[in-house]
Design a binder for this molecule. Structure first.
Ligand code: PXP
Length: 259
């Protein structure tokens, strides 16, 4: 199972001061030396962390493949086509959200997705769709002829955090907080089963499977047992740990857990 390290959070820290320090570009050799398999960045419409020039130099200079997350906005897709990352992961995007909430509305955005995927493929960029683990969405994704899907593990991560009273790690609704340990336990089982079932279904439909969102040093081993998942994309927890241990050890620790 491969590890994509999402280095957006380094740019988040830089943007707190609006200066050029820390520079996400400096993470590239450390990620490579520590065993990361891919660099992931998100070029958001509001450019709240990664800027166009970050994406440009990271793609030019990275010796690891770059997975560029982006929305299906036409202007953004045109920029991504010029940047030519190895892969574009299409994600839903709302200005007001703190981070990507939920997977793409593949059914509702089918035509727009078709157009974006066609353009990206014409520029020899492989495409991944960030989706909720759901049979119907997987079948629609397969019809769109993308190479990859990335399963949103946010629900799993939220339930895991609630069950382990690690509430600082998650966004949660009041309703969920009222659930008993037993109810949370069965919700966690159900969410893992759903991810497993969806991964199997995706492979059957000729899709490569990645997963990500909210994965951390506590919950990752449950997901890493699903053999159909080829790759995990992890950001927040790795960069958070690196504040204390340095990026190299944070990546090595995560790789070891996944192994
Ligand atoms: N995968 C996708 C598609 C994402 O949007 C994100 C968040 O930017 C991640 C993975 C990484 O999530 P986290 O920062 O919670 O590890």
């Amino acid at each position: 199972m491969l590890l994509g390290v999402n280095i957006d959070h380094i740019a988040v820290l830089r943007e707190a001061r609006k200066i050029n320090d820390p520079n996400p570009l400096d993470a590239l050799p450390i990620c490579k030396l520590s065993g990361a398999d891919q660099i992931t960045i998100h070029l958001r419409e509001d450019r709240r962390h990664i800027h166009d020039n970050d994406a440009k130099v990271i793609i030019e200079q990275s010796s690891l493949p770059v997975n560029l997350e982006c929305s299906i906005d036409e202007e953004i897709i045109d920029i991504v086509c010029k940047l030519k990352p190895a892969r574009a992961t299409l994600v839903p995007e709302k200005r007001e959200e703190v981070t990507t909430e939920g997977g793409l509305d593949v059914k509702g955005s089918y035509k727009k997705l078709q157009k974006a995927i066609k353009k990206l493929h014409e520029h020899e960029i492989e495409v991944s769709l960030f989706i909720d683990p759901n049979k119907e969405i997987i079948e629609l994704s397969s019809k769109l002829k993308v190479e990859w899907i990335e399963l949103h593990t946010g629900t799993f991560a939220n339930v895991y955090a609630m069950l382990n009273s690690n509430l600082r790690n998650t966004h949660h609704s009041i309703k969920d907080l009222e659930l008993s340990k037993k109810e949370l336990s069965s919700k966690l089982d159900a969410s893992i089963k759903e991810i497993k079932k969806s991964s199997k279904h995706a492979v059957k439909n000729n899709l490569k499977v990645a997963a990500g969102h909210g994965l951390n040093y506590q919950n990752v081993t449950l997901i890493s047992t699903i053999k159909e998942i080829e790759e995990l994309n992890i950001g927040q927890s790795i960069i958070a740990r690196s504040v204390f241990t340095g990026l190299k050890d944070a990546i090595i620790d995560m790789k070891n857990l996944i192994k």
